[in-house]
Design a protein around this ligand. Sequence first.
Ligand code: SF4
Length: 501
Amino acid sequence: MHANLASIMPQIVATWCEQDGHDVTFICYTGRESITDEIPDDWDLVFISAFTQAAQLSYAISALCRDRGAVTVLGGPHARCYPEDSAKYFDYVVGFADDGIIKDILSDCCEHRPVGMQLSASSQPQFLPGVEERWKYVEQTLEKAPLIKLVPMIGSLGCPYTCSFCIDSEVPYQTMDFEVLSNDLRFLRTKYKRPRVGWHDPNFGVRFNDYMDAIEDAVPAGSVDFAAESTLSLLKEDHLKRLQRNGFKAILPGIESWYDLGQKSKTGKCQGLDKVKQVSEHIALIQEYIPYLQANFVLGLDSDAGPEPFELTKRFLDLSPGAFPGYSLLSAFGRAAPLNLEYQRNDRVLPFPFHFLNNNHAMNVKPANYAWPEFYDHVIDLTRHTFSWRAIGRRFRAVRTAIPRWMNVVRAVSSEGFGRLKYYREIRRRLDEDLPFRRYFEGETTDLPEFFRERVKHDLGPLWHWLPKGALFHDPNAYLNAEAIPAVTPLTLKASAPTAN
Ligand code: SF4
């Protein structure tokens, strides 16, 4: 994970452990470090937080740590989405974590093998340590960030919207302590001349005025730069004026689909080309106030059929040249959303190794209305259009400020733009020419194509050696199969002496 995008929760767990009297070593692993050298022989307990795309990496690191005598814990999105699979490789697998759960694990600190213990708090925590309390971990992480350093803050958990594919749609919305937010902003101004803050809220600004009041109470207008993900429905002109005044420089709204999810884009029942036009006008308005805008889309939703959704996105790009589009291929992350049960029931979820589940390198849901070659043809065509030199030039000219302009160019010519196009072309070629590969996509075999195996091996490097046997494979229907048995229940552990290793 790039240091600027690293999650907050590992910093919080480190803070809780330290507050509980433990010696803590914190590592933000960006992929550049030699992790095998950084892990000593005397760790008692290792917490790892991982997104699903880092699952195989985390399994390998857990095996390495266990070999060196540690008890291991997995938290983060992968633990929440795939607890059954994670429990094969960790002693503890944590869903919602609060300081009570972490304390329980610290005092239990036992090997639970071959199947780890799954546990979860009954809800998201009500209180989280702020930036000041976790500063040394923030600082340590941001030392690895290049020129721009984005301090992670969080003002709310969950979301009141109900987008069926989203992990936060099922989590009740709650605000965090506004006093802590204000104190943290004041604190940051003692650390940086002009701090930059990335809000990690799933949907920033639901209680818009409260957040703006907290910011305005804490720091002079425009003295801190902010970036946030928010829905279009919250980005009305009066809100935009206040966001601009308060230093919001980047905003990432989700459009997702031209045929669905009208509530969050405030387009109601309006669909297709009408929605494109309405959203484009809104985007133009936002960009009058906020220089950097990434518009997010999900490709392959069941509401999409034929070339039209892709053509509409191209039309949108032409009408909104300053918006950087973020595309995600429809993915079902285990238990992330109830909709995934539906996909599993209909036998539509494919067992791509977790390593590829980053919304781009594999789409693990068979599309409802496209054959694979047809789908990838559309994806390639859209990606080519998006990262054509013409589109890059138009985007450059449409954005007025220097950093966002160049950021868009860098993103386009890097692995995100050109790199992805090359990857999609390779997938498309293999769908025609490589029969076992095609059969895997069609769900006719679960034999993993060599192409995917070799990529995991290459990406894990020396950690490939530590990947446990069988860890490339998982049950794609584990959620459905376990439905009758609640897999994650609130649990309190009894304190016991740590095992000698
Ligand atoms: S608005 Fe965003 S955060 Fe909220 S449920 Fe929809 S996708 Fe998730």
